[in-house]
Design a protein around this ligand. Structure first.
Ligand code: ZN
Length: 214
């Protein structure tokens, strides 16, 4: 009994200690409909809504130096034509993630973390994305600590979370049952968030699984 109370106190503490600033991107019924279409086309599933059961955390960087520039990249509901690397002929949902971490370590929530965002081929329906403003060489110690705090918060919130991977490892996840992409030609090369940053996160969060190729 005492153990249970202590456990609940610790969980409550983790859930309440973290400051998350709400900064919602546009996510109307239109974006939800485009997301449902994506789930059907790419994953062959027909769910009623875009709610997911999170099993993987994917860490990214935006390669954009400012918070506002990064936010704007996710805010449009439809994928802009400039993203020719992943676009198709008809309207598709723009890329998005639940969390965006600024260079000063402030954590912004852009959308509910149990809605499907489009941030990683093959794993969107199972994963929560964390984006970091910047790129390799600019990511800060404050961002590192914010990633660690956010990942610990998410682990406590969603006991279903099993994996923690950098975006650069996503193709290794094809070896797991979590992989869903139907189109074998739909792949990109990713290097974010960079090995030193990811290794520092792994050092501080050792108890989630890594991609099978590690
Ligand atoms: Zn990425």
């Amino acid at each position: 009994m005492i153990k249970t109370i202590l456990f609940l106190l610790i969980i409550t503490n983790i859930l309440h200690a973290l400051e998350i600033v709400q900064k919602p991107i546009d996510f109307s019924e239109h974006r939800k409909a485009l997301t449902l279409e994506y789930i059907q086309t790419h994953y062959g599933l027909s769910p009623q809504d875009i709610t997911i059961i999170p099993k993987v955390i994917v860490v990214h960087y935006t390669a954009i130096p400012t918070l506002q520039g990064s936010f704007e990249a996710f805010n449009n509901e439809e994928l802009p034509s400039s993203r020719s690397d992943i676009s198709s002929k008809h309207a598709t949902p723009n890329v998005s993630v639940a969390y965006l971490i600024d260079t000063n370590g402030t954590i912004y929530q852009l959308m509910p973390d149990n809605w499907m965002g489009r941030h990683v081929i093959g794993l969107n329906y199972n994963s929560i994305g964390i984006e970091n403003v910047g790129k390799l060489g600019t990511l800060s110690d404050k961002q590192l600590q914010a990633n660690v705090d956010l990942i610990n918060y998410l682990k406590a919130k969603y006991p279903t979370l099993k994996y923690l991977i950098p975006h650069s490892d996503y193709r290794c996840m094809e070896k797991t049952p979590l992989w869903l992409e139907k189109d074998a030609t739909y792949r990109t090369e990713k290097e974010d968030p960079g090995e030193p940053f990811m290794q520092s996160i792994y050092n501080k969060v050792p108890n989630l699984k890594k991609a099978p190729c590690r």
